[in-house]
Write a protein that binds this ligand. Structure first.
Ligand code: NAD
Ligand code: GLY
Length: 366
């Protein structure tokens, strides 16, 4: 039975779309019937597919003539060209045309890859995001960043390409392992320091309810994060300025992910430790009170996330971080640009003296 839902609009002119948030949603409420000869391709993975693909297929069969699916191997390690090719193979082998609608059923890895396939197949076909992890519901399914990894850098090959619709069904989170739920909390926490300090205060109160998957609190948190993301993306879709603030913690975090080998640290875990490092750097640059760095560290700890980065190289740890961080999309002529906190609730993007960054890495890794 379908329940109440809330709607967040992403205002992007002719690329505008809605994000639907609720529990036990009936997706057919939000889709238009395909025209004669229409087809849909569900892109999912070997873990999520068996759980949720049969129901989705049954629903989509009511409005599409043909419902196909492609099941990808699971994990960040497979977010690459070879796996992406499986999607193109499925599209081509089944004679899919430009009207085929692609449905991304999975977490951020599936969503990012399916989105990139949709952006590039026949120069663009429509796609719908059905995010199944907390992280993908509050971040990756919204805003149109699609990508695969390169061995030398994370999300280095991709495109901006907006979905037609995002459907966040909180019931899908019931089967999510606790470690993955915690990783999603990292991206939720991120929105407080960069944009909405009242939301950060709220999280300090309600983190136990979020960890317990309480639907009321989860629903509020997912909605608030989507509202913030929609607002930021609505102002700066292609990251020429403001949108970069959504990468708070990601410069250090991406270095952790690729330095450890994709899939060893979860994306959210890298972001968690990365946020502490970026906050500490903000403090040492004189932008942020130490007391707020402490508050952030405590909240991250209470969410069960790492507050220290791993040692990536026992001979020159800071050097290795710096080397990895230079391959960042925010880098400018080789200069690393960090998302820093310029007082609680306000972010700035700027460079920092290398010696200071080294000090922060030494202080924040174990
Ligand atoms: P993920 O997609 O790897 O999912 C995490 C794990 O949970 C996987 O093993 C997956 O199969 C499993 N899973 C997913 N849904 C499940 C469910 N309902 N029940 C049980 N298991 C389930 O990881 P993620 O954390 O969702 O996404 C991380 C990825 O998102 C990274 O590649 C990151 O770069 C990307 N990302 C993109 C953006 C963006 O704006 N596009 C933003 C943030 C992160
Ligand atoms: N997750 C960062 C962004 O969408 O810009």
């Amino acid at each position: 039975m379908a329940n109440d839902f809330s709607k967040v609009h992403v205002a992007l002119g002719d690329r505008a779309y809605d994000i639907i948030i609720g529990a036990n949603l009936d997706i057919l409420q939000f889709l238009r019937r395909g025209r004669g000869g229409s087809s849909a391709l569900i892109v999912t993975n070997e873990k999520v597919g068996p759980l949720y693909s049969p129901n989705l297929t049954e629903s989509l069969r009511k409005i599409y003539d043909k419902v196909l699916s492609v099941v990808l191997p699971d994990g960040e390690l497979h977010k690459n060209w070879q796996t992406l090719n499986n999607i193109y193979d499925a599209l081509l082998e089944n004679g899919c045309d430009r009207k085929t609608v692609l449905f991304a059923l999975g977490g951020g890895v599936v969503g990012d890859m399916a989105g990139f396939a949709a952006a590039s197949y026949m120069r663009g076909i429509p796609f719908v995001q059905i995010p199944t992890t907390l992280l993908s519901q509050v971040d990756s399914s919204v805003g149109g960043k699609t990508a695969i990894n390169h061995p030398l850098g994370k999300n280095m090959i991709g495109a901006f390409y907006q979905p037609k619709l995002v459907v966040c069904d909180l019931r899908l989170l019931d089967s999510l392992p606790l470690r993955e739920l915690r990783a999603g909390l990292a991206e939720i926490i991120k929105y407080g320091p960069i944009y909405d300090i009242k939301f950060f205060d709220w999280l300090e109160k309600f983190i136990p309810q979020l960890l317990a998957r309480d639907t009321t609190e989860l629903s509020y948190a997912v909605r608030r994060c989507c509202e913030i993301k929609a607002e930021v993306v609505g102002k700066d879709e292609q990251e020429s300025g403001l949108r970069a603030i959504l990468n708070f913690g990601h410069t250090f975090g991406h270095a952790i992910e690729s330095g450890m080998g994709y899939g060893v640290w979860l994306h959210g875990e890298g972001v968690a430790a990365g946020m502490v490092m970026a906050a500490e750097l903000s403090h040492r640059l004189g932008l942020l009170e130490e007391s707020f760095v402490r508050r952030l560290r405590i909240l991250i700890e209470r969410a069960g996330l790492p507050t220290k980065g791993p040692i990536l190289d026992s001979d020159d740890n800071a050097g290795r971080y710096l080397q990895l961080m230079k391959i960042d999309k925010k880098s400018d002529m080789g200069e690393i640009r960090f998302v820093l906190i310029d007082g609680p609730g306000k972010a700035v993007v700027q460079g920092a003296p290398e010696a200071l960054v080294r000090e922060v890495i030494e202080a924040c890794c174990a």
